[in-house]
Write a protein that binds this ligand. Structure first.
Ligand code: GLC
Ligand code: CA
Length: 547
């Protein structure tokens, strides 16, 4: 089927359902809540929704451990509520994409239950290995979340591989039957009317033959032998040829460690197997590889990440533009400033929304939600955070501070809808605590304020969509050496824009790059009412247009 590549004109909103909005008062976000808020999402200018997993799941990794791929969890409203959401979205001209998590399943999935008992055809659905001498683990690989990547199963009498939590056994993608299952799952959702998939850690699905020890990676051992593994392109091409090519859908791959050149082997429009790729470099300007190895925020590192993807994919593929999702702490607390919450939230929005690609907005980002810092470590829910807290040798206070800074839960607290109890998220007891700052930062208050972060997002998205140079133009960065200023232009035959972003909490002198005469252009967006042309206020942003 001829691909229409409709995703290039869209802005997506990510719903992490359990913290979005509780429609039935049991404390857990659900699809009834989403249904209530479809108009709200649309009002942002978003035309698509990405749902993090909403399938039945024991919840060991908040839904990324799936126990049934062909249903919607009853606590989220089941299939019936999902169909309503899907129809409601489509009626509003919005697309819906689902998370496809097929590197692993839940250990409570029927396949695993049968596999551990060697019931055919499931015996080889997972990656089983006998114990070595004296019960030695099959190899030295680490899990991404909980210690080593192998757990012994008493029922089968063997170890199984899990690159993530103990309750997330990895599927054996080398088994053609497993690949048929994946294709069936894809068909199931596409037939139901969903418009595409975000494919979870899809670069991990092919492990090196023989599962050798990893002597390359100092941490996350094993990654050298499973990230971009030997058959990954072959399997993805098979999924495309047998399923995706029959639908006008699109796919986004999640790739924890990838460079543009490597990415193009997956997403080159001429011969790729997927459409876009979520890379992590844009959210790693204040850490090394993972949020748990924090470093000082470096604007230069951040700009290098954005620019290299803009330059290298240009004309060949299409970028995913994002600053937040459910796996990383809030962007205002990381790259911006909580002191200048409003200013820096707007600046960060302008910073990424005018680049080429398909932008994603994560729930709560549009009101500038900030990191959560509970006093009690027991308030944390995330499997990775709990493991890291329990296994760190630091003092309890230092460990708690580590979670404040790095935990995925920092961005998973309920969306702050208004200043009533529980931030208007739920009339019951929320499954996870609400950030205390909800009385100051919430949707209702921002709806009524033309100057709010929320209304800035609306305006910026509207503008983005009206500018041909953002969709089709050429990106160019200026003063890449500056540690305080991010300056770039987008230019096509009809128009040019210049985006100016200050990352300083002080005033900054400003001069346009050579060739840009501000007096001839028009300032079409900014986050300060009065600003002097040659001085930038703290976290000021401006977008100028020349026609
Ligand atoms: C992806 C998801 C993350 C999940 C992990 C394992 O990185 O975004 O939330 O924990 O995969 O499925
Ligand atoms: Ca609920």
């Amino acid at each position: 089927m001829e691909r229409s590549r409709w995703y290039k004109d869209m802005v997506f909103y990510q719903v992490w359902c359990r913290s979005f909005r509780d429609g039935n008062g049991d404390g857990m976000g659900d699809l009834w809540g989403v249904l209530e808020k479809l108009d709200y999402i649309k009002s942002l200018g978003c035309d698509g929704i990405w749902f993090s997993p909403i399938y039945p799941s024991p919840g060991a990794d908040c839904g990324y451990d799936i126990s049934d791929y062909r249903d919607i969890a009853p606590e989220f409203g089941g299939m019936e509520a999902f169909r309503q959401v899907l129809d409601g979205a489509h009626a509003r001209g919005m697309k819906v994409i689902m998370d496809l998590v097929v590197n692993h399943t839940s250990d409570e999935h029927e396949w695993f239950q049968k596999s551990r008992r060697r019931i055919e055809p499931y015996t080889d659905y997972y990656i089983w290995r006998p114990a070595g001498e004296n019960g030695k683990l099959p190899n030295n690989w680490d899990s991404n979340f909980e210690g080593k990547a192998w757990t012994y199963d008493e029922v089968r009498g063997e170890y199984y591989l899990h690159l993530f939590a103990v309750k997330q056994p990895d599927l054996n993608m080398d088994n053609p039957k497993v690949r048929e299952e994946v294709k069936d799952i894809m068909r199931f959702w596409l037939e139901l009317g969903v418009d595409g998939f975000r494919e979870d850690v899809i670069t991990y699905i092919s492990k090196k033959e023989g599962l050798p020890d990893d002597h390359i990676f100092p941490i996350y051992k094993g990654m050298a032998h499973y990230n971009h593994g030997p058959h990954v392109h072959e399997y993805l091409a098979e999924f495309k040829r047998d399923v995706l090519d029959y639908y006008d859908c699109f796919t986004i791959a999640e790739a924890p460690l990838v460079w543009p050149k490597q990415a193009l082997r997956y997403i080159d429009e001429k011969n790729g197997q997927l459409d876009m790729m979520i890379q992590f470099q844009c959210v790693a300007a204040d850490c090394l590889f993972t949020d748990y190895i924090p470093t000082k925020f470096s604007l230069r590192k951040m700009k290098r990440a954005f620019s290299s993807w803009q330059y290298r994919l240009r004309g060949k593929s299409w970028n995913v533009l994002y600053l937040e999702n459910h796996d990383h702490p809030r962007i205002v607390s990381r790259y911006g400033s909580e002191k200048f919450q409003k200013e820096s939230a707007k600046m960060l929005a302008a910073m990424y929304l005018f680049q080429q690609g398909t932008p994603f907005v994560y729930q709560g980002q549009e009101i500038g939600m900030t990191n959560w810092r509970p006093d009690d470590p027991k308030a944390y829910r995330d499997v990775q955070s709990i493991y890291n807290y329990e296994h760190s040798k630091k003092s309890p206070q230092k460990r708690l501070e580590m979670l404040w800074r790095s935990s995925r839960d920092s961005a998973r607290t309920p969306v702050q809808w208004d200043d009533s109890e529980n931030a208007g998220f739920s009339t019951g007891t929320p499954w996870m605590a609400v950030n205390e700052n909800y009385r100051k930062i919430n949707v209702a208050q921002q709806e009524n304020d033309p100057d709010s972060v929320l209304n800035f997002y609306r305006k910026a998205i509207r503008l983005r969509k009206s500018l041909s140079c953002v969709r089709n133009g050429i990106y160019r960065e200026y003063r890449h050496w500056s540690g305080k200023l991010y300056l770039y232009s987008m230019k096509d035959k009809r128009q040019t824009i210049l985006v100016v972003c200050s990352f300083s909490d002080k005033e900054l002198p400003f001069k346009a790059p050579a060739g840009f005469i501000l007096a001839d252009g028009e300032k079409i967006l900014g986050n300060y009412r009065n600003s002097d042309e040659e001085t930038l206020n703290p976290y000021e942003c401006r977008v100028y247009l020349w026609k």
